[in-house]
Ligand binder design. Sequence first.
Ligand code: PLP
Length: 357
Amino acid sequence: MKKINFSAGPSILPQQTIEETAKAILDFNSSTLSLMEVSHRGKDFIAVMDETIALFKELLNVPAGYSVIFLGGGASLQFCMVPFNLLEKKAAYLNTGTWASKAEKEAKLFGEVVEVASSKPDNFTYIPKDYTIPADADYFHITTNNTIFGTEIHTDIDSPVPLVADMSSDIFSRVIDVSKYALIYGGAQKNLAPAGLTFVVIKDEILGKVSRQIPTMLNYQTHIDNGSMFNTPPVVPIYAAMQTLRWLKAKGGVPAMEKLNKEKAALLYNEIDRNPLFIGTAAKEDRSLMNVCFVMSEGYKELEADFLKFASSKGLDGLKGHRSVGGFRASIYNAMPLEGVQALVDAMQEFEKNNAK
Ligand code: PLP
């Protein structure tokens, strides 16, 4: 029996994505060639790229005037590509976690950075809300979901300056108003595809405003002008992304996924709040729908390793928390079925029966 995968990323993907990509790796479009062997400039792969971008735009409701591009280099390369392309004098950053801090650090190489607020002194357990975005900043950068700490910005922020968001771990998990963002980026290896693919959604008019020279490969305009084919794109992850987007569309799109994600998260958070053995680490109003972080409560701390072992014996995989939080992290991305979360809740209840003092 396949284990239930609660890993933070790379993470669970729809079975359809895995099976269809495996088929195409063996025989792409009945060509007798592998997807790994075919030219990215051949008509069959161009059709894959076109469909992937079209579905991405359709499912995220991307308005006119925006481009969707696929790159390599992970979300981490975007930490420097964003300021390279957008920071002329000053940028504002909201520091809500490890990835947000890393993004902010890169921006400092390019100009003045204003950290509008930070929850670092509280180990990033909440999303700061009381801050002012400088009206003269070139952009304001946020991380909408903090994969490590299990906090999430649940609304689309109104920003007086172009809003840039790292949505690596919550893209396609809830309905967003893309028009409120100037740029959205993320690594695909959570809700979309295997690692190796980065998505960027850009409002075209924000480009071309900085005075510095931008190396060709790091210039967003290069990739827009070349339809994400300036260099050889990661063909296998793009094919997998197309399959995930087809799956998402068949499931009812992002609104249906958001409803299910809320149901799954409520099921698990309710159990964490009810079960005397466990306690959540994130502020309740900022709890992530994607990464659920919790620890053993006072009096049960010594049972952490035992619970992990118990969960593993039930086929629940990847629950160990990140070292900066400890305890457990259940990543319940789009592809996680409600039954997977129920299996975890059942395990928590059985563990409680066996161990409650
Ligand atoms: N941003 C967030 C929110 C992440 O969760 C991660 C990875 O987990 C990253 C950035 C870094 O992504 P990559 O490994 O693709 O560079």
